[in-house]
Ligand binder design. Structure first.
Ligand SMILES: Nc1ncnc2c1ncn2[C@@H]1O[C@H](COP(=O)(O)OP(=O)(O)OP(=O)(O)O)[C@@H](O)[C@H]1O
Length: 299
């Protein structure tokens, strides 16, 4: 389990992560989203003890990263695939990580195979493509079979089959009980794997929700079809709903849930032929919340 508690980090007097709190439960994947400069990497680096927070803390299974007895066997991290040692061969790098982590060498071979790099095992890191380096960084992260993962943009550089492969790997780790925090700008891909979403903008937490709640939750619009549409509209508006669209017998309603509309209609003897909550995509929610200008410019 990963807990980020009131984490605040500033650079040069500017607050870049501002009192951010969320958690990643065991067996959950949390998609961590926000525009460029929102503070995702800073949150992750600070959680991992690579930056000192101004206040707040992050805990992995109840302990700060620096106090874990064997941190790499508790937390697998992919932060910057460009930072791998360039002159080592792929297999050397994974073996080196294995020796640092006290993991047996056979596991090093196995993880290289798991990330699809067996054929590139003798190639030097600097000769690998970005996608191959991402796979190698993941190999190092999964080596110690940790229960927690912090993955910053792991989809970067992966080709479509690489993305599909990673999706399966993440789901497998999740199903084995790991807690995974995963940042990405590919919202549609995150939506396929994440259980929960955390959205930050300008360092401030804007949304923390399960995807299931988001799809049927606040802000979702309701489609209604009724023979007596004018009575329905009057009733709905009189009770705080907004009519977004009306077309013949069909209306799209905001600000009241399907359950509330059903109860109102039933109480007034109105028959509804259709009552359906529009599913909201993560991309819709992102666009509603985020102003897409580059963060920090106005500060
Ligand atoms: N070491 C640093 N010194 C000064 N400012 C920094 C430092 N690291 C990050 N920042 C600033 O903090 C803000 C948040 O950056 P961060 O990299 O955390 O954003 P991000 O959400 O990961 O963005 P992206 O999606 O572009 O990777 C930015 O304005 C960035 O310029």
């Amino acid at each position: 389990m990963i807990e980020v508690i009131g984490l605040t980090k500033s650079y040069g007097g500017r607050t870049r992560v501002d009192d951010v709190t969320f958690s990643v439960g065991d067996g959950r994947i949390v998609g961590f989203i926000g525009p460029n400069g929102a503070g995702k990497t800073t949150t992750m680096r600070t959680a991992l003890g690579l930056e000192k927070p101004d206040s707040g803390r992050a805990l992995f299974d109840g302990r700060p990263y620096g106090e874990l007895p064997n941190p790499r066997q508790s937390v697998g991290a992919v932060l910057d695939a460009g930072a791998l040692i360039p002159d080592l061969r792929a297999i050397e790098l994974v073996r080196y990580c294995a020796s640092v982590q006290g993991v047996d060498k056979a596991r090093a071979e196995r993880v290289l195979d798991m990330v699809g790099l067996s054929d590139a095992r003798r190639r030097k890191v600097r000769e690998l493509s970005l996608g191959m380096r991402q796979r190698l960084a993941l190999a190092a992260a999964i080596l110690g079979n940790p229960g927690n993962y912090v993955l910053d943009e792991p989809l970067n550089g992966l080709d479509p089959s690489g993305i599909q492969w990673l999706r399966h790997l993440l789901i497998q780790l999740r199903d084995e009980g790991a807690a995974l925090l995963l940042s990405s700008h590919i919202i549609t891909e995150l939506e396929l794997v994440a259980d929960d979403v955390v959205l930050i903008n300008n360092g401030v937490l804007k949304l923390r929700s399960s995807l299931a709640d988001l799809a049927r939750g606040a802000g979702a619009r309701v489609h209604v079809v009724s023979e007596d549409v004018s009575s329905f509209i009057a009733l709905a508006e009189g009770n705080g709903a907004t009519i977004v669209e009306a077309n013949g017998r069909a209306v799209v309603v905001a600000d009241l849930t399907a359950g509330e509309l059903f109860s109102l209609a039933a109480a007034h003897g109105l028959v509804l032929d259709e009552l359906r909550t529009e599913s909201v995509s993560l991309d819709d929610v992102y666009r509603r919340i985020v102003d897409t200008k580059i963060e920090g410019e106005a500060r």
